[in-house]
Design a protein around this ligand. Structure first.
Ligand code: HEC
Length: 113
């Protein structure tokens, strides 16, 4: 019986965590986009444009590129691997996040200042 209760608690807690994640789309979008910061710079402002800055790019353009990388339609060295595994809804959130960022100069990571 205790096992059933524990399982039920896990399902309930897990379920409500998921609900609040989708309710807080802005945070969810940022978390997804943060996986791109390593290469494309914090908030998509890349260092000297390599790889290209994503900050302030057109949302539809970004979404199309990501879908084409994922579906193998746009040749790439890295991005075809990186774009795999995302749903259209997730790619749309990521594209929307970067489109909303004001373009600007890349800032060094806090540890490097
Ligand atoms: C490991 C480094 C790396 C990571 C992580 C990475 N990218 Fe890229 N990205 C690249 C490189 C390199 C290119 C140039 C295309 C290629 O050769 O893959 C690129 C190209 C792109 C382009 C095309 C830009 C243009 O102007 O056409 C988009 C859009 C893009 N990346 C989005 C993303 C997004 C969104 C993420 C996170 C989900 C991400 N990238 C994560 C390295 C990375």
């Amino acid at each position: 019986m205790n096992k059933v209760r524990t399982l039920l608690a896990i399902v309930l807690v897990g379920g409500s965590a998921w609900q609040s994640a989708s309710a807080a789309d802005a945070n969810y979008a940022r978390n997804l986009a943060a996986t791109c910061f390593t290469c494309h710079g914090t908030d998509g402002r890349s260092v000297n444009g390599v790889p290209p800055s994503l900050a302030g790019q057109n949302r539809d353009y970004l979404l199309k590129q990501l879908q084409e990388f994922r579906d193998g339609k746009r040749p790439a060295t890295i991005m075809h691997q990186h774009a795999k595994g995302y749903t259209d809804a997730q790619l749309s959130l990521i594209a929307g996040y970067f489109a909303a960022v004001t373009p600007g100069r890349a800032a060094p990571a806090p540890a490097a200042r």
